[in-house]
Design a protein around this ligand. Structure first.
Ligand SMILES: [Zn+2]
Length: 302
């Protein structure tokens, strides 16, 4: 999707994270329960099997302390963020993330009464950042984009976003990146509505995690359907090619496709985000209807 016109962006909700400072400095990390809430949210688009990894265990901030200061990488990222314009959003990943958050914050108040942007804002981890502390635990640079409900913060790794095509096999980098941001916003909306905890209800192909993830895809589709409409729309009208690219992206990030591409057997019991067909279906449902009420993935078959 292409951003239209030129002009400034609202960068107030976006800042660097993980380049040494991190948002968790001095924040008490909660007990294991908090970690499990984010666990299902972590790993988005990545398809990583977090059950075997260490990142789901909240770890005390330890030696970082409260005076770690802001690293140079973070400072440079903050400078970059502040310099973003709408025009730059069409060529630069950092600015595209910023612009997409602007568009999401414009569209969602039209869809949801009482909508508030994420309190903790958006954090972009610069290249070379190793980890970021949140109340949901410490996430490594390879965790992939995620949303932490306890902090209301969405985290994106610039390195991951830059390489999303090669990692995910999608076809359209700008849209894939926008989709990821919109999907994480979907989790934020679920958090506002109190639905995100439903991810704890059952596991496997029909479980709560998959249902929460598919709803976030549907919400991303609803955003895409609204983002190019209206007088102050930030995006050019979607072309048929872009819509087809969107479907290809959704197709590429299904649990079954990711498992196949990794040379593993497809195991529905381990699904966390839904199959390719399901992700296409729910993104398309959101996009075609533009109606969040059609994104009820919790009742009935998915
Ligand atoms: Zn997700």
């Amino acid at each position: 999707m292409t951003f239209r016109d030129n002009g400034p962006l609202d960068t107030s909700g976006v800042s660097a994270g993980g380049g040494g400072g991190g948002i968790g400095r001095g924040v008490m990390i909660g007990g294991g329960g908090l970690g499990t809430v984010v666990l299902v949210v972590l790993g988005l688009f990545f398809g990583v099997d977090l059950t075997g990894g260490g990142s789901e265990q909240p770890v005390a901030p330890g030696g970082q302390g409260g005076n770690a200061g802001i690293s140079q990488a973070d400072q440079e990222m903050d400078k970059k963020i502040k310099s973003c314009t709408i025009q730059l959003a069409n060529t630069d990943t950092t600015c595209r993330i910023v612009a997409t958050t602007n568009s999401l914050n414009k569209v969602w108040p039209q869809l949801l009464r009482g909508y508030q942007p994420p309190r903790g804002g958006t954090k972009i981890m610069p290249v070379g950042a190793t980890s970021i502390n949140t109340r949901c635990g410490v996430a490594g640079a390879d965790t992939g984009p995620f949303y932490c409900p306890a902090d209301q913060v969405a985290v994106f790794q610039i390195d991951f976003m830059d390489r999303v095509i090669e990692r995910m096999g999608g076809t359209n980098a700008p849209f894939s990146q926008e989709y990821i941001v919109a999907h994480e916003w979907g989790h934020h909306v679920q958090n506002l509505l109190g639905d995100i905890t439903k991810s704890q209800q059952g596991s496997g192909a029909q479980g709560g995690s998959v249902r929460v993830e598919l709803q976030a895809d549907c919400y991303a589709g609803v955003w895409a359907s609204k983002a190019d409409k209206g007088q102050d729309a930030m995006l050019e009208p979607l072309t048929q090619q872009q819509i087809s690219d969107a479907i290809t992206t959704a197709q590429a990030i299904g649990d079954d496709t990711i498992q196949k591409n990794a040379g593993r057997n497809v195991n529905p019991e381990s699904f966390s985000h839904g199959t390719s067909a399901q992700r296409v279906k729910w993104f398309s449902t959101g996009y075609k209807t533009g109606d969040i009420r059609r994104c009820d993935t919790f009742s009935g078959s998915i």
